[in-house]
Design a protein around this ligand. Sequence first.
Ligand code: AMP
Length: 217
Amino acid sequence: MRLVFLGPPGCGKGTQAKVLCQRLGAEHIGTGDLLREAMRNGTPAGREAAFHVDQGHLVPDQVVNDLISERFARNDRPQRFILDGYPRTLPQAKACDQILSGVGLDLDGVVLIHVPDREIVRRVSGRWSCPKPGCKATYHVISNPPKKSGHCDDCGTALVQRSDDAPETVEARLVVYHRETEPLLPYYRAKGLLRNVDGTGDINLVRGALETAIVDR
Ligand code: AMP
């Protein structure tokens, strides 16, 4: 199982990838999470990323390609994984192919989680997440509330709202998604890798559809 989850911000790819990876014994690799961790730690990549992330823009390709390349250069590189939020541009997709084929781990599927823009804006404005490194659980005030209001079910940490989930920043991220990331759909379709999943239903129904889409991967 070597997959990419594609879709607009807030389509649920992070939440679903995290649970599916736990269930199926794979590593969840989210570039958004890696960047937020680098920003918290004040690393050179984190300092370079902060400005772009806060504006809702993409971080330069080289920064994220280096993060992924470093992960797959290590001896403990995962054999089974879901890439969440990477690649997001055509140059990243081509770099990703090179990085993975260099270690004999070519992708075996790309899943698009489709959610219309108006639903994205509604969802993201109610999104809360756990800031604890290594936890990364996400919640929604209506569709997926935590058991104890404001606290993570998994580790009890107080939940936070991401600064880039402000409505005007979400609009900017959607523009970027349509312009930069959607061209990946024909790219992966031409390789015979693309599967589509409707991401608008109940969280468990979407998970079931994802499991069906990746069953033979
Ligand atoms: P996410 O958590 O996946 O929604 O990512 C949050 C933010 O991190 C994005 O809006 C971008 O600013 C940045 N980011 C994450 N992944 C990438 C990527 N593959 N390429 C460029 N920027 C990224």
